[in-house]
Design a protein. Structure first.
Length: 345
């Protein structure tokens, strides 16, 4: 009999299964018990030569494994060993966007946020299983030491079903960091919504599943505050909010603002929104006068608000602004695919 672990083994990862094998003959009984004597569940293979535990172990605990088998000579043989699981330096919790049960847009990246720096990024990626229907190829890209995103080369197809199974519990992520708990997420890609915002024509053309649904006049950022160009992913929305430039680093005495707005749909973390701007209706369709946001009439802003879901796309062109930074909100599509697939580890 072989227990698969050396007797008195230490620092065993509790997220990996315990395996016992019969070198000859068959396994007849296995008892894997924790310090309180509680048995850990497991299953013998159909041919009787291997037993594998089916529930995870605890951290920093000593277990006893007793394997009984029938040898080639027909006599029972029992082999007993003990081992101790690892005491992590610290645990990391994993947050995921999108959340379970949601419907998101065709631009939504799958974003994974660890609350500790990850030293072994390859190990972290291997722990995150992503399956889609229909099947699509994708890749991970690290934005910093704690945050990795996964996306396909092109936008998702509407109706795609996504299942995420992040099995991080009991596994090493490097530098003494181990996973706190597994995460299982299911999400669905909804209708393909793409807003094409042109700073030259001062219009937003909204397409739903490839068909033009509405054309709206807009006013983007003025010459001093041009709206960044590129592909944005909608993130959240507020029927009413106070836009405060100080939260984005622009002081009031430097041209900043504190402005209440309605029907605000966030495009970036740096403060770019679609929102209602009744004060600029005369400029919408004619000139760019905002601090960077896409001003719409109250009616159009509410229409966008009601339509929007996280993951919908906005493509800004001809605004005179710099390129949207990839790290600003979900600027993931700003990273060329040939660069994305390298992973940025």
């Amino acid at each position: 009999m072989s227990t698969g672990l050396a007797d008195q083994a230490v620092d065993v990862a509790p997220g990996d299964p315990v395996v016992a094998t019969a070198t000859d003959g068959k396994i007849t009984q296995v008892a894997l018990t924790n310090p309180e004597g509680k048995a850990v569940a497991g299953q013998v293979s159909p041919d009787g030569t291997k037993w594998t535990s089916s529930e995870v172990l605890g951290y920093a605990k000593t277990y006893t494994l007793a394997v009984t088998g029938q040898g080639a000579d027909g006599k029972p043989v029992t082999k007993t060993s003990t081992f101790t699981t690892v005491q992590p330096r610290t645990l990391t919790f994993l947050s995921v966007n999108p959340m379970d049960g949601t419907t998101v847009g065709i631009g939504q990246p799958l974003a994974f946020y660890f609350d500790e720096p990850i030293a072994d990024k390859a190990a972290a990626e291997a722990m995150i299983s992503i399956t889609t229907e229909p099947k699509v190829e994708g890749a991970f890209y690290w934005f910093d030491e704690k945050q990795v995103h996964w996306r396909p080369q092109n936008y998702w197809a509407a109706g795609t079903k996504i299942s995420i199974n992040a099995k991080i519990y009991g596994k090493s992520l490097g530098n003494g960091v181990y996973g706190e708990e597994d995460r299982v997420i299911s999400t669905t890609i909804g209708d393909a919504v793409v807003h094409e915002a042109d700073g030259g024509t001062h219009e937003v053309v909204t397409k739903i599943n490839g068909q033009v649904a509405r054309t709206m006049p807009t006013s983007m950022g003025n010459a001093a505050n041009p709206t960044p160009t590129g592909t944005y992913v909608l993130m959240e929305k507020h029927d009413h909010m106070v836009m405060d430039s100080r939260t984005y680093g622009l002081a009031l005495d430097a041209g900043g603002y504190v402005t209440p707005v309605d029907w605000a749909t966030r495009m970036s973390n740096s403060g770019i929104f679609f929102h209602s701007a009744p004060w600029s209706i005369g400029d919408q369709g004619n000139r760019n006068v905002s601090h960077g946001c896409l001003n719409l009439s109250p009616e159009n802003a509410k229409w966008v608000f009601d339509l929007s879901k996280p993951g919908d796309i906005v493509v800004v062109t001809n605004s005179g602004g710099p390129a949207l930074e990839a790290w600003d909100g979900f600027g993931d599509w700003q990273v060329p695919w040939e660069q994305w697939v390298k992973g940025n580890r």
